[in-house]
Design a protein around this ligand. Structure first.
Ligand SMILES: [Zn+2]
Ligand SMILES: [Zn+2]
Length: 336
């Protein structure tokens, strides 16, 4: 089969490899669509805990074509997506029902072969049926499931005002999910006008360009501050700014992935005096069901977020697009 392999940092090729076979309790899936995520770029640049060589790709959809011994819930022809995270189910974090904090977390496309390939193998318990959802949409269930996990932690309240830093694919999922969770006003800010147009089309109450009038305009829209401030850029200096926009009793949601060794400073007195909450959310914690339901029910629109669809043969060009194109949103490979 054809697969995109990263053999070492900065080295990727599309190669012919042996088609995998499903082991006991696993299914073989013919990949239809697979999206590029920041994690894939980090793996490409050697900034993430991956084992090389690796076939990346963890946001995907496809059709079951074979099942291993003991698999009862799926059969060839089923249209599915996959929760890539495979917790060990025996460490203290797993025992405390925190599978995303598993000490031995494995993941399709990070620690084992992923979906930038014609076929991928996944454990039965990680597979979810997608009904008649398009394969392109179903490849966005995973990123939305990350948003859903954070939403459960942040607990947006009816009537809340929210400010989101970052209008990329994640910012646009966050915007829709936060609104659906009850926020009355969702303001989105970004340096890229193209991305702000997407956020406006997907229901942002206001979009604000991050220029030298950004602070004045954001503060004018919510003189008392915002109930929820979401950092979705992964830039430490943006997180630092986020504090000054939170209302008393506001919540600061750390969603963007800052570099591992980055530092950001804040004023502890303000956190104390204003009853602020700083809430992180990491990946997915058994939130695929909710994510699928939000897409199927029409609460979150994902297809407008796909800006590029490429064949797998253009893998390296696709990574480059996902990193640099000024009009990029989600880049997907259309595989079968
Ligand atoms: Zn991802
Ligand atoms: Zn574990």
């Amino acid at each position: 089969m054809q697969a995109a392999e990263i053999t070492a940092p900065e080295k990727a090729h599309v190669v012919e490899v042996e088609k995998p076979a499903p082991g006991p309790g696993e299914a073989l899936i013919e990949v239809a669509a697979a999206g590029v995520c920041g994690t894939d770029l980090h793996i490409f640049h050697g900034e993430y805990e991956a084992t090389y060589p690796i076939i990346p790709g963890h946001e995907f959809s496809g059709t079951v074509v074979a099942v291993g011994e003991g698999v009862t819930r799926y059969q060839p022809g089923d249209r599915v997506t996959v929760d890539p995270n495979i917790p060990c189910n025996r460490c203290p974090a797993c025992q405390r029902n925190a599978p995303n904090q598993c000490e031995n977390l494995a993941a399709v496309g990070v620690t084992r072969a992923g979906a930038f390939a014609q076929y991928v193998v996944a454990p039965e318990g990680n597979i979810f049926p997608i009904g008649d959802m398009s394969f392109a949409a179903a490849a966005l269930v995973e990123p939305l499931a990350c948003v859903v996990w954070g939403l459960k932690r942040v607990q947006v309240q009816p009537g809340d005002s929210a400010l989101i830093f970052g209008a990329g694919p994640m910012g646009c999922l966050l915007l829709q999910a936060v609104k659906h969770a009850g926020a009355a006003r969702v303001i989105v800010t970004d340096i890229a006008p193209y991305r702000l147009e997407q956020a406006a089309a997907l229901g942002a109450t206001e979009t604000i360009l991050a220029d030298d009038r950004q602070e004045q305009r954001l503060k004018a829209l919510a003189p008392g501050g915002y109930d929820v401030v979401v950092e979705a850029t992964g830039l430490p200096h943006v997180l630092e700014q986020a504090f000054s926009y939170a209302r008393a009793r506001g919540k600061i949601w750390v969603f963007g992935v800052c570099p591992r060794d980055a530092r950001a400073s804040f004023v502890p007195y303000d956190v104390f005096r204003k009853d602020l909450s700083i809430i992180g959310s990491f990946a997915v914690s058994r939130t695929f069901h909710e994510s699928i339901a939000l897409i199927q029910g029409g609460a979150v629109r994902v297809e407008p977020l796909i800006s590029h669809r490429l064949p797998l043969s253009q893998f390296v060009a696709g990574l480059d697009l996902a990193e640099r194109d000024p009009k990029r949103m989600k880049v997907q490979f259309a595989i079968s």
